[in-house]
Design a protein around this ligand. Structure first.
Ligand SMILES: CC(C)(COP(=O)(O)OP(=O)(O)OC[C@H]1O[C@@H](n2cnc3c(N)ncnc32)[C@H](O)[C@@H]1OP(=O)(O)O)[C@@H](O)C(=O)NCCC(=O)NCCS
Length: 194
């Protein structure tokens, strides 16, 4: 699947994206992506081969102007009902994304996220999209607000991705933002002046 925006192409990863992805995943910008850290260009190449198998839910953000991969966005279907059985519809998504630092604050994240949410709502059966954001991650909170998401809660000491220097878990305070398909559609209609 390919999703096009004004300045970007969202597309499945290819092995040849390894060097571009290594630029931003050799040192992930936030602790929640620590588990995605790539230790070498070879590890990046192996990761690209693994990702290339997913053409529906894991997209590279390619800059149209140069062909460079400047970031990524992904989100997979899950059951929205934590108590549901195996037949519960997988109509809920929790997308994550990140940009190479050199390309932040240029509106690319907003452009890609808007296109990805639209794709999930229109083509992949999304009913609800939610996302977790740490309380110190102001740029990500701002992005959620620009997407029209509601802040649904703040979970204190919710999760730990890394340890403190003394080896104890470093717990983070995590916000949850969400938007429903009907809220998304209303927003899109009003943006189009309808
Ligand atoms: C979160 C993240 C993806 C946001 O990226 P970003 O580049 O800051 O977000 P945006 O695309 O919305 O761009 C923001 C700024 O670009 C500028 N901008 C917006 N549109 C623009 C355009 N068309 N042309 C030029 N500049 C533009 C504006 O100054 C805007 O700031 P504003 O929203 O206050 O007006 C990025 O900070 C990141 O990768 N962080 C590390 C990973 C991370 O935290 N991921 C989320 C985990 S929950």
């Amino acid at each position: 699947m390919i999703v096009e925006t004004e300045r970007l192409i969202l597309r499945p990863f290819r092995e040849s994206d390894a060097a571009d992805v290594f630029e931003y995943l050799a040192q992930p910008a936030v602790t929640c992506f620590e588990c995605m850290k790539l230790d070498s260009p070879e590890a990046a190449r192996e990761e690209m081969i693994r990702r290339a198998g997913d053409a529906e839910y894991y997209f590279a953000m390619e800059l149209k102007e140069t062909g460079k991969v400047i970031g990524e966005i992904f989100g997979f279907p899950e059951s929205g009902d934590p108590h549901g059985n195996a037949d519960a519809p997988a109509d809920t998504f929790s997308p994550c994304g990140m940009l190479n630092e050199a390309y932040q604050s240029k509106g690319y994240a907003f452009e890609a996220t808007r296109a990805f949410y639209d794709y999930l709502f229109r083509e992949k059966g999304a009913r609800r999209i939610y996302t977790y954001v740490e309380d110190y991650n102001v740029s990500s909170q701002r992005l959620c607000e620009k997407m029209g998401m509601r802040r649904e809660g703040l979970f204190m000491e919710f999760i730990s991705f890394v340890n403190n220097p003394d080896g104890t878990p470093k717990y983070e305070n995590t916000m949850q933002y969400a938007i429903l398909k009907k809220e998304w559609e209303e927003r899109e209609l009003s943006a189009a002046g309808i």
